[in-house]
Write a protein that binds this ligand. Structure first.
Ligand code: SAM
Ligand code: DTB
Ligand code: SF4
Length: 331
């Protein structure tokens, strides 16, 4: 029997205790859980592409793509499939196994643009990459259409706690978010759901968000932990930089609560040294976004990350690994 069990009934008290464990002890515990459930030499390499940029009607206080903030992000209509495919091929060649397409939409609408996204999903799936999308709110029917087109994963973040949510976003509710996640799950698409730290939230808010994630009927398949990228023009641009110790604490706690999940060291890596990122991997992070741009903000280049992988002895995780493992059990 494994020493670390997968649990869905975590209490706030338990999570609070884990989160507040002295840091080195916390990292040790997380690293132990990591070893039990994951190949610690492997890191999943995902590449993001903003297929529709800016002009979003939502008021997410962190986001450079919200139309109402003056951030200098140029509005760009939905990209053409050929162009998207070029990016996807380049990402694959550079070692990425998951390709995530993001659109600055409040929600998906049943129109021609959605049909074009379905076609992109099909195309990227056909070149053997795990396809992920983040397009805002979805109905169950839309989630099914994406699944039929070959979508592997859907990213939809909770961002923060239920209690703090209305301080950050007023144009939708936490329940709207949870409903979309439910629709995604029902369609058989894997769930990528995490949050951002550095929005002015308390430690209690972080713990509450982790509780929501770790007590879902099934843990998200991946949990991105983002450090706020402070973009001038957004209401949160004046907030202090996220302390890397907070990032490590958050990653380690997520790893202990959800040992079988991919925990992604997401936005914020340009402000972290190699040593700081290494500590995050030690604490259980096993996925990154690679390529010199996230959606609209900078990210370390493929070359820089390849060097980091060499230095730390890490290797990229192959695509569809869980499916391949499941198939080999069947034979
Ligand atoms: N519009 C869709 C939505 O909100 O779900 C998809 C795109 S949205 C940009 C995807 C995620 O990016 C957000 O949920 C948020 O977690 C993250 N994000 C956006 N701006 C960020 C920032 N400045 N720093 C860190 N993460 C950010
Ligand atoms: C996630 O959790 N982080 C990514 C991805 N999912 C879509 C987005 C980060 C965006 C950072 C700000 C930007 O580049 O616009
Ligand atoms: Fe729009 Fe998504 Fe940005 Fe919110 S996070 S403003 S929904 S693009």
């Amino acid at each position: 029997m494994q020493a670390v069990q997968i649990r869905y009934d975590w209490t706030i008290e338990e999570i609070n205790e884990i989160y507040n464990t002295p840091l080195l002890e916390l990292i040790y515990r997380a690293a132990s859980a990591h070893r039990e459930y994951q190949d610690t030499a492997e890191v999943q390499v995902c590449t993001l592409l903003s297929i529709k940029t800016g002009g979003c009607s939502e008021d997410c206080a962190y986001c450079p793509q919200a139309a109402r903030y003056n951030t200098g992000v140029n509005v760009q209509a939905l990209m053409k499939k050929d162009e998207v495919m070029d990016y996807a091929r380049k990402a694959k060649q550079a070692g990425s196994t998951r390709f995530c397409m993001g659109a600055a939409w409040r929600e998906v609408r049943d129109n021609r643009d959605f049909d074009r996204v379905l076609d992109m999903v099909k195309g990227v799936n056909e070149i053997g990459m795990e396809v992920c999308c983040t397009l805002g709110m979805l109905t169950e029917d839309q989630a099914k259409k994406l699944a039929d087109a070959g979508l592997y994963s859907y990213n939809h973040n909770l961002d923060t706690s239920d209690e703090y949510y209305s301080e950050i976003i007023t144009t939708r509710t936490y329940d709207d978010r949870l409903q979309t996640l439910d629709n995604v799950r029902k369609a058989g698409v894997t769930v990528c759901c995490g949050g951002i730290i550095g929005l002015g939230e308390t430690h209690e808010d972080r713990i509450n968000m982790l509780k929501t994630l770790a007590t879902m009927p099934k843990h998200p398949d991946s949990v991105p932990i983002n450090a706020l990228v402070r973009v001038e023009g957004t209401p949160l641009s004046h907030l202090p930089k996220v302390e890397m110790w907070d990032m490590v604490r958050m990653i380690a706690t997520a790893r202990i609560l959800m040992p079988a999940t991919m925990v992604r060291l997401s936005a914020g890596r340009t402000e972290m040294s190699l040593a700081e990122q290494a500590l995050c991997f030690m604490a259980g992070a096993n996925s990154i976004f690679a390529g010199d741009k996230l959606l609209t903000t900078p990210n370390p280049s493929f070359d820089e990350d390849n060097m980091m992988f060499q230095l730390l002895g890490l290797k990229p995780r192959e695509a569809f690994k869980d499916e391949k493992a499941a198939m080999s059990v069947e034979f």
